[in-house]
Write a protein that binds this ligand. Structure first.
Ligand SMILES: Cc1cc2nc3c(=O)[nH]c(=O)nc-3n(C[C@H](O)[C@H](O)[C@H](O)COP(=O)(O)OP(=O)(O)OC[C@H]3O[C@@H](n4cnc5c(N)ncnc54)[C@H](O)[C@@H]3O)c2cc1C
Length: 448
C-alpha cells in the first residue's frame, strides 16, 4: 500500500466514472514505481481499468537527440513490459498542459495520477491540467525515498539541516516495494501501436549532439548496471570517489534521472550488499541526502536556475566582487569547444561534449572555473546551465541545478575566505587538484 505521505492531492474533483489514468512523466519505469502502484491500487479499489500515457514534448529545456534517444528507448521498454502485463500504454505528443486534458476527455478517464517533478515547466504543465479538468488528480512522489513535500515544508539551508530529517525518517520510508499486479490475462498483448521510429524521425532537436554508447537505456540495463556497481564498484567507493582518473562513481545518474531506476531500489540493494560500511555510508549520503536535497532546493526556490536563488550572503559577496578584473574571459563558444588555457578543464569539457558525462569532482571544478572566467555570476550561471543541460545525458535535473548553484553561488555551502572574483564562495584551483589526484592520468582517460 502506498504511504499516504507520498500522495499529494492536486485536485479534489467531482466523482466520475471511467478508467484510472497514470500520466507518466519523470518516473519512466514499471518496477518500483509508487505512482504506477498507487494508480493500480485506485483501479483495483474502485473496479476501474488502468491506462498509462506519456506525453512527449517536442523540446525540453535544451535536450538534444542524445537525451531523447535514451528516453524513447527506455519508454519503448515500458510499453512492452506493460503490454505483457495487459496494461495499456499510449504515447501522445505536444504540450502536456494542453494534450492531457484532451486525452482525458477522449478516453473518459475518471481519476488522474501523475508522478512528482519540482522543475518549473513540469509544475506549470500540472497547473494547466488542473485548470482544465474536474476529475480527481493525485501526484505521487515516486522519485524520492523520503517524499519531498512531506519531509520538509521549506527550503533547507544545507545538507546538515536536511540530513537530520533524513536520519529521523529514513526507516519509515525505505521499505520494500511491491510488484505491479498483471491485469486480466485476456488483456495481455493489448496495445495501440506506437511508431517509435517515426516519432524519433520527426523530432525537431539538435541531432549533432548524438546518442552515446557507454551506457544502455532502459530498466533492464539499469538493473544490470546497479548489480554491476554493487559487485565491482561499491567496495572502495569512499576511497575512489574524489579521484576522477579512477572512475570510482556508480554511473547510475542517467538511469536515475530518466526514472528508469528507482532510488529506493538502489538504496535497498546497497544496504543489503556485503561491502565495506564506509563506502555504503558515503554512497547513501550522495544518493539520499545530496540527491533529495536537490529536489527540495528546486521545489522551494523558484529561482533555482538564477542567481536570485542564491543565499543573501552569496549575493552580497558576488556583488562586492562584480568588477574585479578577470585574468581570463571566454565566450560560450570557447567554453563549448574546450578552448581554454586549462588542460584539466578542457578534458572535462571534452568528456561532456563527446560522451555526455563528467566525473562528479570535475563538475565542481568545471562550474567554478566558469565563474572565474566569465564577466559575472549571471553569465556564469547561464553558460554552465546551457552546457550542462544540452550535453549531459543526466542534465536538466534538480541535482544539476543544485550542483551549479552550489559551485557558483554557494548554495548549501558556507562562506569561505575572501578572494578576487569569488568573494567568499568556495574556490578550487588546478594546484589543489594536482595535490588530490593525478591530473595527467585523468586527462589521458578522456583522450582515449
Ligand atoms: C556543477 C555540477 C553539475 C551537476 N550536474 C548534474 C546533472 O546535470 N545531473 C545530475 O544528475 N547530477 C548532477 N550533478 C550532481 C553529481 O555530480 C552527479 O549526480 C554525479 O556525478 C553522477 O554520477 P554517478 O551517478 O556516477 O554518481 P555517484 O557518485 O555514484 O552517486 C550516486 C548518486 O547520488 C546522487 N548524487 C551524487 N552526487 C550528488 C550531488 N553532488 N548532488 C546531488 N546528487 C548527487 C546522484 O543521483 C548519483 O547518481 C552536478 C554536480 C555539480 C557540482
Amino acid at each position: 500500500m502506498t504511504d499516504p505521505d507520498r500522495v499529494y492531492r492536486l485536485l479534489e474533483g467531482t466523482p466520475a466514472p471511467g478508467c484510472v489514468l497514470y500520466w507518466m512523466q519523470r518516473d519512466q519505469r514499471v518496477s518500483d514505481n509508487w505512482a504506477l502502484l498507487f494508480a493500480q491500487e485506485k483501479a483495483l479499489e474502485t473496479g476501474r481499468s488502468l491506462r498509462v500515457v506519456f506525453c512527449l514534448t517536442p523540446g525540453f529545456i535544451g535536450a538534444a537527440m542524445r537525451q531523447y534517444d535514451f528516453m524513447l528507448k527506455g519508454l519503448q521498454q515500458v510499453e512492452s513490459t506493460l503490454s505483457r502485463m495487459g496494461i495499456l500504454f499510449e504515447l501522445i505528443t505536444g504540450n502536456p498542459g494542453e494534450m492531457i486534458p484532451d486525452y482525458i476527455k477522449s478516453i473518459h478517464a475518471g481519476i488522474l495520477v501523475s508522478d512528482f517533478n519540482p522543475l518549473r515547466i513540469c509544475m506549470q504543465w500540472k497547473k494547466m491540467v488542473m485548470d482544465a479538468i474536474n476529475i480527481s488528480f493525485f501526484e505521487v512522489d515516486a522519485h524520492n525515498i523520503l517524499p519531498c513535500r512531506a519531509i520538509s515544508g521549506k527550503s533547507e539551508y544545507a545538507a546538515f539541516t536536511f540530513r537530520k530529517k533524513v536520519e529521523k525518517e529514513l526507516s519509515r520510508y525505505l521499505t520494500e516495494i511491491p510488484p505491479v499486479i498483471p491485469r486480466s490475462p485476456s488483456l495481455a498483448g493489448m496495445t495501440i501501436p506506437i511508431d517509435w521510429k517515426g516519432i524519433q524521425d520527426d523530432l525537431q532537436v539538435d541531432r549533432d549532439i548524438a546518442p552515446v554508447d557507454w551506457i544502455l537505456p532502459g530498466e533492464e540495463a539499469a538493473e544490470a548496471g546497479l548489480a554491476a556497481f554493487i559487485e565491482n564498484g561499491l567496495d572502495g567507493y569512499a576511497a575512489n570517489l574524489n579521484d576522477p582518473g579512477k572512475r570510482g562513481q556508480s554511473g547510475l545518474s542517467p538511469w536515475l534521472h530518466f526514472g528508469q531506476l528507482s532510488a529506493q531500489r538502489v538504496a535497498l540493494e546497497v544496504q543489503r550488499a556485503d561491502a565495506d560500511p564506509a563506502s555504503k555510508a558515503v554512497f547513501l549520503e550522495e544518493l539520499i541526502v545530496r540527491r533529495e536535497l536537490a529536489d527540495n532546493f528546486c521545489l522551494y526556490n523558484p529561482a533555482y536556475d538564477l542567481p536570485g536563488g542564491f543565499q543573501p550572503w552569496a549575493l552580497k559577496t558576488l556583488e562586492k566582487h562584480r568588477d574585479d578584473p578577470r585574468e581570463y574571459c571566454y565566450s560560450v563558444e570557447q567554453f563549448r569547444d574546450a578552448a581554454t588555457h586549462d588542460d584539466l578543464w578542457n578534458a572535462a569539457q571534452h568528456d561532456l561534449v563527446l560522451h555526455g558525462r563528467m566525473h562528479g569532482f570535475m563538475r565542481m571544478y568545471w562550474a567554478k572555473k566558469i565563474l572565474e572566467w566569465t564577466p559575472s555570476a549571471e553569465e556564469a550561471m547561464a553558460v554552465a546551465l546551457y552546457l550542462n543541460d544540452r550535453y549531459q545525458l543526466d542534465g536538466r535535473d534538480p541535482s544539476g541545478y543544485a550542483g551549479i548553484a552550489w559551485s557558483i553561488g554557494g548554495t548549501h555551502d558556507r562562506p569561505w575566505g575572501e578572494r578576487d572574483v569569488f568573494g567568499m564562495i568556495r574556490y578550487m584551483n588546478y594546484k589543489g587538484c594536482q595535490r588530490k589526484f593525478d591530473v595527467q592520468q585523468y586527462i589521458s582517460t578522456i583522450k582515449n
